[in-house]
Design a protein around this ligand. Structure first.
Ligand code: ADP
Length: 521
């Protein structure tokens, strides 16, 4: 079974992937069926024709033999059984030997009929089965000439050859005895001719099938080559090289396809360029605005700090305004610095300052985060006893972990937060798990969207950019930041980093899969 599968699997693969293989295979199968059916019909026609002509000649020859035998019997004067028997044997001999050269038949004479043990005279050692019993019965009971196809077998030879048997009754007028006389004609020559025709048809058919298959291969290649080229070029487009164009030659359908394909590529290229420019412009705009706002903001912040420090001197309402001003300006500053971070990621300008960073140590330090204490959250540390060292930018990793813990404290409402570290040979995962409000539906994906907040009214400050930045930070290390959650049960955010930062920036989609157990997955 296994070796069969090993052969079948690549065949199935080629069948599924290659239109050309399917076209050629179907053409070969169909032409084999058509040519086979035609050949079979032709062969049966030839066989019938050969057998019929031989049968007609055989019957004519046999009839003249029967007449000769009847004449002999009519002329025979002997009435003694012994003498009569001798005369009959002589007749058989003369019939089989008289025509000279190679005779084309054997002769069997049975009779006189009627007794139990009918004597049989034959020209060769014809096996008894050679005479079809139906024909024998008909000839022994009725007058007239009858024939039948049969397999002729000679005693001492194992194989039988096709033949036609013609039989008739002859009667001795003197004794009144009836005899059944049979001519057995071989169809050996016809069989040879038929074999020759069959071989010729088989070889011709095979050559024709191969030729038709070859033609199908050539034609499909002609049609498919431009399609394959288009596929290759489309693949290159998908990989980002939009300069490729198809070669246009002639004015046929393929040429028109190439022209349309090239037009589509050109229009795609210009659209993408336009969008890239637009996006670059937007990024520039955000980055410039953030930069421009920074300086006045610093001044305003300084002024607000002065007011904030003096708030005890103001009446209650003005003091409250000074507090609000300070809080909102702090949020504004956070937003600006987040926006500047993101525009650095977008511009591909974010740089890593790599160091050996122990995630177990980071987890232990983050557990001391004051916001957790303020919310009265119990922190459980799992798997932090052994070092889990990765090559990373400690500032960014620290920022991710602190952001996850701050989020758990701010949004989950969970009294307990678990930090679990796990590793294998290549990766280290750090999971921050809470048992609070959780995430529902596709929120585990949307939390990473810029400015997305589950419930803006419920959020306590925050810009909606924290997780977006954290994910960019993880990706910058060739790592991943994934989230899972269940409504009302809790959520977990898993940071997974490679121990060695991969060289090159090939995009591997979602990044590495966590090596820590995921409770809400
Ligand atoms: P922000 O910077 O405003 O905190 P984030 O990007 O960090 O924004 O988070 C986006 C949103 O994801 C939050 O507003 C909150 O609704 C949701 N979120 C983040 N962490 C959790 C958590 N542990 N449990 C429930 N919701 C969360």
């Amino acid at each position: 079974m296994r070796p069969l599968m090993r052969v079948l699997r690549p065949v199935a693969l080629v069948w599924r992937r290659s239109i050309q293989a399917r076209v050629v295979a179907s053409t070969i199968v169909l032409s084999t069926l058509v040519i086979g059916a035609t050949g079979w019909a032709l062969l049966s026609d030839v066989a019938d024709g050969l057998a019929d002509s031989r049968r007609e000649a055989a019957i004519a020859e046999a009839k003249s033999g029967f007449r000769f035998a009847q004449d002999q019997l009519d002329a025979s004067l002997a009435s003694e059984p012994a003498t009569q028997a001798q005369a009959l044997t002589q007749m058989v001999d003369s019939l089989t030997g008289s025509r000279g050269g190679q005779r084309g038949y054997e002769l069997v004479l049975e009779g006189p009929l009627g007794g139990e043990d009918v004597p049989v005279r034959s020209s060769a050692a014809i096996a008894p089965g050679s005479l079809p019993s139906d024909l024998r019965k008909t000839v022994s009971t009725r007058t007239g000439t009858y024939w039948s196809f049969s397999g002729l077998s000679v005693l001492g030879r194992s194989d039988s050859e096709p033949g036609v048997v013609v039989g008739s009754q002859i009667r001795s007028p003197r004794t009144g005895d009836a005899y059944a006389m049979f001519y057995l004609f071989s169809l050996h020559d016809q069989q040879d001719t038929l074999d020759l025709v069959r071989r010729a048809l088989l070889l011709g058919g095979l050559a024709m099938v191969l030729m038709v298959g070859g033609v199908a291969w050539l034609v499909s290649r002609q049609v498919l080559n431009p399609v394959r080229l288009a596929r290759r070029i489309a693949e290159r487009y998908a990989a980002g090289s939009l300069e490729q164009r198809m070669l246009v030659s002639g004015e046929d359908d393929i040429a028109r396809l190439s022209i349309s394909f090239n037009q589509m590529a050109a229009s795609l290229q210009s659209q993408i360029r336009r969008l890239e420019n637009l996006s670059r412009l937007q990024q520039r705009f955000v980055s410039d605005v953030s930069h421009e706002l920074r300086t006045p903001l610093t001044t305003v912040q300084m002024a607000s700090s002065v007011l904030y420090d003096q708030r005890e001197r103001f009446d209650a309402q003005t003091a409250r305004s000074a507090e609000l001003l300070k809080r909102e300006l702090d949020r504004f500053e956070e937003l600006l610095s987040n926006l500047l971070d993101l525009s650095r990621f977008d511009a591909g300008a974010a740089q890593l300052e790599l160091d050996a960073v122990d995630l177990s140590e980071i987890a232990k330090q983050a557990a001391q985060e004051s916001i957790l204490g303020r919310h009265g959250i119990e922190v459980r540390l799992i798997g932090v006893d052994q070092p889990a060292v990765v090559e990373a930018d400690i500032r960014r990793i620290d920022r991710i972990v602190r952001n996850l813990l701050t989020n758990a404290a701010k949004y989950s409402g969970s009294p307990v937060v678990e930090i679990e570290v796990a590793q294998d040979d290549e990766l280290v995962s750090l999971a921050v798990r809470d048992f609070g409000v959780g995430l529902s539906g596709d929120e585990n994906l949307r939390v990473f969207d810029r400015f997305w907040r589950a419930d803006p009214a419920r959020t306590q400050g925050g810009t909606g950019l924290g997780l977006a930045i954290s994910r960019e930070d993880a990706a910058l290390h060739g790592g991943s930041l994934l989230a899972w959650g269940r409504k009302g049960e809790g959520s977990e955010f898993v940071l997974t980093l490679p121990k060695i930062v991969p060289i090159g920036d090939e995009d591997t989609g979602r990044g590495p899969t966590p090596v820590v157990r995921t409770v809400y997955a």
